[in-house]
Ligand binder design. Structure first.
Ligand SMILES: [Zn+2]
Length: 131
């Protein structure tokens, strides 16, 4: 049973980690890794998701929003939008994990290029290939 609602921020401001619920059938957690440089550089965001559902699925779409436009560098998935590598404050990345109904999934690190003080604002994930 999937409920498609706007992501809701449960905890963000004072914590290193943001937990986002009510996004499809996943609770998505994002953590910005420490950055040491100055100016524009590669930034690393660790994404985890827990599947809260009674189905399995084989394809996921992660949407992650940032405070400033970033350029996608790499992840364990495939960039869907923007597909041309241009800067955007919203990235959509496709993953192909086989998820059981209550799996906790490490989505790995999403690496982007942007200003050092760029942070995430929200994240959500939905799935395809449900069974
Ligand atoms: Zn699901």
């Amino acid at each position: 049973m999937a409920k498609y609602e706007k992501p809701m921020v449960i905890a963000n401001d004072e914590l290193a980690e943001g937990v986002f619920a009510a996004s499809g059938c996943y609770v998505v957690t994002v953590e910005k890794k420490q950055t040491n440089g100055e100016g524009r550089q590669d930034l690393r965001f660790t994404v985890r998701a827990s599947h809260d559902a009674n189905h399995t699925c084989s394809e996921q779409y992660l949407t992650i929003n940032f405070t400033k436009p970033v350029e996608y560098r790499s992840s364990n998935g495939t960039i869907v939008s923007p597909a041309d590598g241009s800067a955007s404050s919203t990235l959509v990345i496709k993953f192909n994990y086989w998820n059981n109904p209550s799996d906790n999934i490490g989505m790995g690190d999403v690496i982007v290029f942007g200003d050092e003080d760029t942070d995430y604002t929200s994240a959500s994930m939905t799935d395809n290939g449900k069974e």
